[in-house]
Design a protein around this ligand. Structure first.
Ligand code: BGC
Ligand code: ZN
Length: 364
């Protein structure tokens, strides 16, 4: 079968032939991959800044955002059957008994660092024709979501952030945690992670704002308006203006990976505010920040800063529900997130080029 692989030692990205995987245990499931999304992480891996092949393999098959169809199941599989649509989670637990998160199925909080991530770290990914994995890592998706279910994995970034934010606002008394319609939430960045996060916030009842560099007439900003969120241009309005335009900013969902703008927005976070980081900065030169002011605000305003990576199975399940309700509320906006569909033969060019919102490889 064909697969798109990166060879870090020789700095190559190419389509390869791999043996088709087979079911080897009773709880394993075989999927035919239908679609695989491309994200910033894939671009970092194919520019050799990130990613690790499996042990003793010169190459890594990339791809971690995949929708598949179940074509075979082991004899012990209970939750999936042939013909089901399904999405795979990304991270697999580390082997250590002492890692409580991994032992509890929350490898997104692994403490040893010895987890693997399919298509990213130590395990082959999904930009290929067939995949086998244990059913515990595979989440069933209703047939009605076929055309957009490839967006589930990037949505889980926002789902896990929402889980964290719910937990962090539990510390607050009364109304503050109960009525999102009174709270302004700001999304930084209008790429797929930002826009899906904005959909989650709108759906959760927050007054939702998206702050990004995009032009007002860009497809990204059209999606912002279509879902009932409001756009503020970071090209026109510096972060210092944000609180004047918006009012109290209770929640920030960062989806830019840009440290400077993020920390500038942190300086306008409100009292009791929560700021969630999801972007991974590229490791550019150090930037200057007013640490005195940041620390002063954190203390005097009871603020919380929270980073989040990856997502557990529950976030995928909640994501399936949310994607269903997004498709009820604003189907055209959800569809508009997918701006290109290419074949596996064109996957290399697709990963190496930029542009659009979300490019998807149609495998089957
Ligand atoms: C993936 C996550 C992964 C992270 C870090 C993201 O692109 O969506 O599943 O944990 O990269 O490797
Ligand atoms: Zn990703």
């Amino acid at each position: 079968m064909k697969a798109l692989a990166v060879f870090p030692a020789s700095r190559e990205v190419r389509l390869i032939e791999q043996p088709e995987p087979v079911i080897a245990g009773p709880t394993e499931v075989k999927l035919r991959i239908l679609e695989a999304g491309i994200c910033g992480t894939d671009r970092e891996i194919t520019s050799f800044q990130y990613g690790t092949p499996p042990l003793n393999s010169p190459h890594l098959v990339i791809g971690h955002e995949a929708l598949g169809e179940v074509i075979d199941v082991g004899i012990g599989v209970t939750g999936l059957a042939r013909g089901d649509l399904a999405v795979l989670t990304v991270r697999r637990p580390c082997p250590h008994d002492t890692c409580a998160p991994c032992r509890k199925g929350r490898q997104d909080f692994c403490i040893t660092g010895d987890f693997t991530e399919r298509g990213i770290k130590g395990a082959h990914g999904f930009m290929t024709e067939f995949v086998v994995d244990d059913e515990r890592y595979i989440v069933k998706v209703p047939k009605e979501l076929r055309e957009v279910a490839v967006l589930l994995e990037p949505l889980t970034v926002g789902e896990k952030a929402a889980e964290q934010a719910r937990f962090l606002t539990q510390r607050l008394p009364g109304d503050l945690k109960d009525d999102p319609s009174q709270l302004n939430a700001v999304v930084l960045g209008a790429g797929p992670i930002g826009l899906l996060g904005a959909m989650k916030l709108v759906n959760g009842g927050f007054k939702t704002w998206v702050y990004s560099l995009d032009k007002a007439d860009s497809p990204n900003v059209k999606i912002v308006s279509a879902i009932g969120a409001r756009f503020v241009s970071s090209a026109e309005h510096p972060p210092a203006d944000l609180a004047k335009i918006i009012g109290n900013i209770s929640l920030v969902y960062e989806a830019t990976g840009a440290a400077k703008i993020s920390l500038d927005v942190l300086s306008v976070l409100s009292v009791n505010g929560v700021f969630i980081f999801t972007g991974v900065p590229g490791g550019r030169a150090p930037i200057e920040v007013d640490a005195e002011q940041i620390m002063r605000n954190l203390v005097l305003k009871n603020q919380v800063l929270c980073g989040t990576v990856n997502a557990g199975r529950a976030s995928f399940e909640e994501g399936v529900q949310d994607l269903g309700s997004f498709m009820q509320r604003f189907p055209a906006a959800v569809r508009a997130l997918i701006t290109a569909r290419m074949t596996l033969d064109d996957a290399r060019d697709a990963v190496l080029s930029r542009g659009g919102i979300k490019s998807v490889i149609k495998v089957a």
